[in-house]
Design a protein around this ligand. Structure first.
Ligand code: NI
Length: 173
């Protein structure tokens, strides 16, 4: 396993629609391991492939929150939202590609998602709570969408400028 470098916004690769995964093989399983390791190391609760510059429809997440909780790593390949609740709720979201910036985003409270797992099997599950927010946030990444795209332009620009400054500082050090 290896830690991968996480792209920081703004980056054109974070704005692209990614391509479906065509086959589940050992390379993909290694990529999933790297993504999980990178996510846990960050630490974060979700990571989408384009965030590590892999332009494929794949994400990992683990929203088991409590410190003592048993890890619940999930790998979703070609995930697709097949149902969303009319009911919506608001969560304060953050993103490993937009470090230390948080904002409230409203999304459907529950979603049903279908995807392919690492054995190539079809899965379908309903998510609620933090899991629902997380899976929607990560699927957005696969379509080149960031949580700041839901914010008012002024707030989005403010965050983007902070990230540009952060990237300049990182490039210098
Ligand atoms: Ni994110």
């Amino acid at each position: 396993m290896a830690l991968r470098n996480i792209l920081i916004h703004p980056d054109p690769r974070l704005k692209k629609v990614t391509a479906p995964v065509s086959s589940v093989n050992d390379d993909l399983r290694r990529l999933a391991d790297d993504m999980l390791e990178t996510m846990y190391d960050a630490p974060g609760i979700g990571l989408a492939a384009p965030q590590i510059a892999v332009m494929s429809r794949m994400l990992v997440m683990d929203c088991a929150k409590e410190e003592a909780a048993t890890p619940e790593p999930m790998v979703l390949i070609n995930p697709e939202i097949v149902w969303s609740s009319d009911e919506r709720n608001v969560y304060e979201e953050g993103c490993l590609s937009i470090p230390e910036q948080y904002a409230e985003v409203e999304r459907p409270t529950e979603v049903e998602v279908k995807w392919t797992d690492l054995n190539g099997a079809s899965k379908r599950e309903r998510f609620d709570g933090l899991w629902a927010t997380c899976v929607q946030h990560e699927i957005d990444h696969l379509d080149g969408k960031l949580f700041i795209d839901y914010l008012k332009p002024l707030k989005r620009q403010m965050i983007t400028r902070k990230m540009q400054k952060l990237k300049r500082e990182m490039a210098r050090s």
